[in-house]
Write a new protein. Sequence first.
Length: 314
Amino acid sequence: MIRTVTGDIDPDELGFTYSHEHLIGAPPEAKRNDEDLVILDEEMGLAEARAAAAVGVRSLYEASAWDYSRNPAALRRISQESGVQIIGCGGYNKGEWFDDLLGDVPTEELQRRIVADVEVGMNGTDVRAGAIKYGTAYNRITPTEERVLRAAARAHRATGAVLHGHTETGTMALRQLDLLEEEGVDLNRVGIVHLMRNPDPFLHKQIARRGTYLCYDGFAKIKYFPESTRINVLLEVVEAGLADRILIGGDLARRTDLTAYTGGPGLHYIAGEWLPRFRAELLERHFSQKDIDELERLFFVENPKRYFTFAQPY
């Protein structure tokens, strides 16, 4: 089964899925020094979800964790009103936001809290998480981040909910996987995000060959790279026979990313603009129509369905 904010569904019900988005989120209040990162308006989140639904998006994973102002009750309402199935985020984001908040919390207590996110509900509600997040800093892993990672690994093994690993600018991914293996985690149940901030196909293939999902995001964020860079990396991974490890989402978490706030690209962008461009580019590269259709099905339907489906605890 797959767990959404409105209840558990059969994996075949997931449909066309964005694998990393934000509808409501912000840094902790004491650290809000960039108003562009504050997207807390429920009506704006609903508008973005409806825009995604209008271009065929059936489901999305909303990746705002405890330390990123998640609002599970609002996500349930947005899901009910938009018709988009939303997978909620258990666990924690990264040390920049949580190091001082969780500095003296032992691993066992962190594990208990994450398990409760999945099995009881998030933020005192009965809205349960369908994925478990942890994260690491740029070129390092802080002591608190390592405790959170190990707690997330143990909570994953106790619940079967998939792991979602934040990297800062695509660094520390291989070290994350080493630590997860120390905790006995099956790396087929792990996805690593923000790798497109480090568009290194050799690294990405190393990660995917360990069974881990490449949660590609940042589409529409031209300030980092043009779409051609992302597409070239993605296709190098495809040509290595690893298309079944690719997930796609926008990670549009700024006001300037979102149509509802500023007229930015918004949640309609990937399905409405990027995907047609991607398909056209594949035709130019002499991919067959059958192969193009199959890649779309893998990236947006089959891979998310496999990734977000709960495993048996182990």
